[in-house]
Design a protein around this ligand. Structure first.
Ligand code: GLU
Length: 493
């Protein structure tokens, strides 16, 4: 860990304002890995009173998926991330859409040509493919620089522009998370800067944008480590200082052996929103995949996360995706909601489950603690209704006489007697709170047999083999309805 560079120490030597960015490509939905990257970059900027930028890297037109930009914006907004400059709000470094910045890339492409660090690639794709195949046959790595043209044509924007690696060497660099890294000369080749369609490659565009936008710290996924020698060669050729780089550990599938893929739950982050996860829980969940504050803390708000975030505490090994953890967190945040907020989330999962009458509304309020205690995410409410678990709160319970008998073996006669006694006790009870019903009935049940008395009482009220205890049910149903249901049961026996 000695080698682990500490961004905070480094920043003391920097007078520059911290600028971070999240730079997704609009190639589909956002999965949790992308949102976590954004969270770290955002938190770092916030913590240092810096600027956080949302830039869209849309230079691969073939992979672009319509609607992705709005999807990215919605996903980040849902977890509570706000940017200071970006594709939708503009800012001093606009535009923030790479396809609108082609002139900049072209300008720097020409600068590199003029400095002798880039050249027009005269080959057809077929010719390049032939080089590749030949190298394969000869069992040597294919390097474009072995085929560098002696007299390249003048670059007119229609040929690919390639970087010319001038120092074939082992590259050493420091990553703020992974420490000292190095890669041999084979990592350096004459890579494409600008394609024949005029669009830059990631290798060029992100460097130019980061430069023009004043980015001081890059946080990104580990797939970019392999290309970092190329980036560094390009920074050097341009005569610019590379921003600090922090590579984030991958998110691993349950089991920890491979990276999280679509099959393991790497789904659209907005699917979690649709299922009724709370954004606070999702934020809390994501920030802990790959980082923790170094103590036992499990619950962190966005503000607390920003205050505690420290790049030197980002883990090097992949953090595991564990949906049970997410569910647990969501429960914690559901517990904290005010009643009003609880229902504003819950209501999306109620429509077409019960009629929207004032009686039903009133009943829903009464069973709020039961629902709250039972669900991991708000969509579970739909399942509770679908499985009939809550039906007896809204309609008379349905059950067979045999269900009323304790362990299925108590006699009808005795069971009837117990219910008659419970009815008598409750008829003279005015306060129908759970505790009051308990204190009135329990001594009798204790003396007679708890199961013998309380089981039929509960089944009479719910019709279910499993439900909340009979005292809770009595309080929710109220005196009149409780007595009515007990009488129905008694008459069945
Ligand atoms: N456009 C790249 C991606 O979506 C961004 C990588 C970076 O942050 O530089 O992975």
């Amino acid at each position: 860990f000695l080698m682990k560079n500490n961004m905070d120490n480094q920043d003391k030597n920097q007078t520059k304002k911290v600028v971070t960015r999240f730079a997704p490509s609009p190639t589909g939905y956002m999965h949790i890995g992308g949102v976590r990257t954004a969270l770290y970059a955002w938190a770092y900027a916030r913590k240092h009173n810096g600027t956080f930028i949302l830039r869209i890297e849309d230079t691969d037109k073939a992979r672009e998926v319509e609607g992705s930009i709005q999807h990215i914006i919605d996903s980040l907004t849902w977890v509570g991330i706000k940017w200071d400059e970006g594709v939708d709000i503009g800012g001093p470094n606009a535009p923030y859409l790479q396809s609108e910045r082609l002139a900049s890339y072209k300008k720097y492409g020409q600068i590199l040509v003029d400095k002798g660090f880039a050249y027009a690639d005269p080959y057809t794709p077929e010719e390049v493919e032939a080089f590749r195949l030949k190298a394969q046959e000869e069992k040597r790595p294919f390097l474009f620089r072995d085929h560098r043209p002696e007299n390249p044509p003048v670059w007119d924007g229609t040929q690919p522009l390639r970087f010319k690696v001038t120092k074939i060497q082992t590259t050493h660099w420091t990553d703020l998370v992974y420490g000292e890294l190095s890669a041999g000369p084979e990592a350096l080749d004459d890579f494409i800067l600008i394609k024949s369609d005029g669009y830059p490659t990631y290798n060029l565009s992100h460097i130019i944008d980061d430069l023009e936008m004043g980015v001081t710290h890059i946080m990104r996924a580990d797939e970019f480590i392999a290309s970092t020698p190329k980036f560094l060669a390009l920074y050097e050729a341009l005569g610019i200082t590379a921003p600090a780089m922090a590579t984030l550990p991958p998110i691993m599938a349950p089991g920890g052996k491979k990276k999280l893929g679509k099959r393991d739950g790497a789904k659209d982050i907005l699917d979690y929103k649709a299922e009724g996860y709370l954004p606070e829980a999702m934020l809390n969940f994501l920030v802990f995949i790959g980082w923790n504050p170094g103590d036992e803390t499990e619950l962190l708000s966005a503000e607390e996360f920003i205050a505690a975030f420290d790049v030197s505490k980002i883990h090097r090994s992949g953090g595991g995706f564990n949906v049970d953890k997410l569910n647990w967190l969501n429960r914690q945040y559901i517990k904290k909601l005010s009643s009003e907020d609880f229902w504003s989330h819950a209501k999306h999962f109620l429509h077409d489950k019960i009629e929207d009458s004032s009686d039903n509304q009133e009943m829903l309020k009464k069973i709020e603690p039961i629902i709250r205690d039972h669900i991991e995410k708000f969509s579970d409410i739909s399942s509770m209704f679908d499985s009939g678990e809550l039906s007896y709160f809204f309609a008379k319970p349905q059950y067979e006489v045999s269900q009323l008998l304790w362990k299925g073996s108590a006699s009808k006669e005795n069971t009837k007697k117990y219910l008659e006694e419970v009815i008598a006790i409750l008829e003279s009870l005015d306060n129908f709170s759970k505790d009051s019903v308990h204190d009135a009935v329990f001594p009798y049940a204790d003396k007679t047999g708890r199961g013998e008395v309380l089981w039929p009482m509960r089944v009479a009220l719910s019709g279910k083999d499993k439900s909340p205890d009979p005292f809770t049910l009595a309080e929710i149903l109220g005196k009149e309805e409780t007595l009515a249901r007990l009488r129905v049961a008694k008459d069945m026996l």
